[in-house]
Design a protein around this ligand. Structure first.
Ligand code: CTP
Ligand code: MG
Length: 417
């Protein structure tokens, strides 16, 4: 079976990025661009050795930048003046390892958003056809212009693709193509053009519009947004897996239920806020936020039903941001998180467990606060109150507790505004 090797040209100066640091060492979501790129290959079991081509003077910096990653299969290679020269140096570095029939994948160090899906597709096509590149359909109309800036020809858009990396080839083919290009002095803008020149067919697989090359400053903004979105999806998926949610049954089930429970201590000199309503009382609830037990129980019920953890995860009490927070504002955020994960609220039920004061007069305002925060109808928010007949900590007026249940459905129900 053919081995798979990788060349990552990362020896450019990044002039168009106009940053003080070379673009491969800029950070995206807290991690260096080159780490993002390299990790795609390190996470793939198909990959053998990786030739990471960096400027000669950067080899030590690069080792430092990558110190947290297992780079035992990475060869650090010093780059050339052009990308083509850098890739060639990578090919030479792999010479003693790779056979003619092995696959070599070339991928720009400046494309950190490559997915496993596109990588695997490209490798598979190279195994089958000898040469493969990934590309996306062109969205804009492309015209040829002459030196006077006059349109010479409008090209047929449906036959045009914009080519990305990875580009993968049998090692023997790519080496011959590079040797030939050097002999005739051909400088191509990608690896495939060198292979085309020696008469091989290059197979095209579908790339990914998100697999952008970081070239100019605005590419960094876009890449950061794409990464953030991917990380969010990954975190939610990991959470679901952790909780051993059976994905199959989740798929078939449109309804989900969750429960929430909270207790706070009653103290002097503190406000009593329940369901966002300030209730006059000689004692109030103590807590990091406004200690609104009712809203906390409702939030946990909603997050629980959506399989998204609990309020401690989303609003940690170690974070000063939430000190004194008005819990109804946090509920609004929970509503958005639940909505964004594709659920609508069917109904919420809750009970406040308090010996004193009398809660009933404030319930209508609590229902209104909660339903407005969640942008749902008041009719689906039910709140009750009970005492414990003077039993336990509630009976002794040491604290107030609240319990809640929430039912969600997948999709948008017509109540959602
Ligand atoms: N590259 C390389 N050796 C070079 C030039 C480029 O390995 N002599 C690499 C870059 O590091 C990048 C990829 O080839 O990962 C694509 O090149 P490009 O986007 O043009 O990057 P730079 O050459 O660094 O940027 P610029 O052209 O703006 O200077
Ligand atoms: Mg360049």
């Amino acid at each position: 079976m053919a081995n798979v090797y990788v060349i990552i040209p990362a020896a450019g100066a990044g002039n168009r990025m106009k940053a003080k640091t070379k673009k491969q060492y800029l950070k995206l979501c807290g991690s260096y661009v080159i780490c993002h790129t390299l990790s795609v290959f390190l996470e793939n079991d198909l990959i053998g050795n990786i030739a990471l081509v960096v400027p000669e003077e950067d080899i030590d910096i690069c080792r430092q930048v990558l110190e947290d990653m297992d780079c035992s299969n990475v060869l650090f290679v010093s780059g050339g003046v052009t990308r083509q020269e850098s890739v060639y140096k990578g090919l030479v570095a792999l010479e003693s390892l790779a056979d003619e029939e092995d696959i070599v994948v070339v991928h720009d160090g400046a494309r950190p958003l490559l997915t496993q899906e596109v990588l695997i597709k490209t490798i598979d096509a190279a195994k089958a056809y000898g040469s493969a590149i990934c590309a996306v359909k062109v969205k804009d109309t492309v015209k040829l212009i002459d030196e006077r800036n006059i349109v010479a020809k409008t090209l047929p858009r449906d036959k045009l693709v914009a080519v990305q990396t990875p580009q993968a080839f049998k090692y023997g083919i790519l080496k011959r193509a590079y040797k030939h290009a050097m002999r005739v002095g051909f400088l191509g803008t990608d690896d495939a053009s060198l292979v085309e020149n020696i008469g091989y067919d290059v197979h095209v697989v579908e790339g990914d519009y998100e697999n952008i090359k970081l070239t100019t400053p605005e590419d960094m903004i876009l890449a950061e947004e794409i990464l953030k979105r991917r990380e969010k999806i990954k975190a939610c998926k990991a959470l679901s897996e952790d909780r051993e949610i059976n994905l199959q049954s989740e798929k078939n089930c449109n309804f989900r239920i969750g429960i929430g429970y909270d207790v706070h201590r009653l103290v002097e000199n503190s406000l009593l806020i329940l369901g966002g309503v300030e209730i006059p009382h000689r004692l109030g609830l103590e807590g990091h936020s406004d200690a609104d037990v009712l809203v906390h129980a409702v939030m946990d019920a909603l997050l629980g039903a959506a399989g998204l953890g609990d309020i401690g995860m989303h609003f940690p009490d170690t974070d000063d941001k939430y000190k004194g927070a008005y819990s109804i504002d946090l509920l609004k955020k929970v509503g958005e998180i639940v909505f964004d994960s594709g659920y609508s609220v069917i109904n919420i039920d809750a009970v406040i467990i308090a010996q004193k004061p009398r809660i009933a007069p404030y319930i209508p305002q609590m229902r209104s606060n909660i339903s407005r925060a969640l942008k749902i109808s008041e009719n689906v928010v039910n709140i009750k109150a009970t005492t414990t007949e003077k039993l336990g900590f509630v009976g002794r007026e040491e604290g107030i507790a609240a319990k809640s249940a929430a039912m969600l459905m997948k999709g948008r129900n017509k109540l959602d505004s």
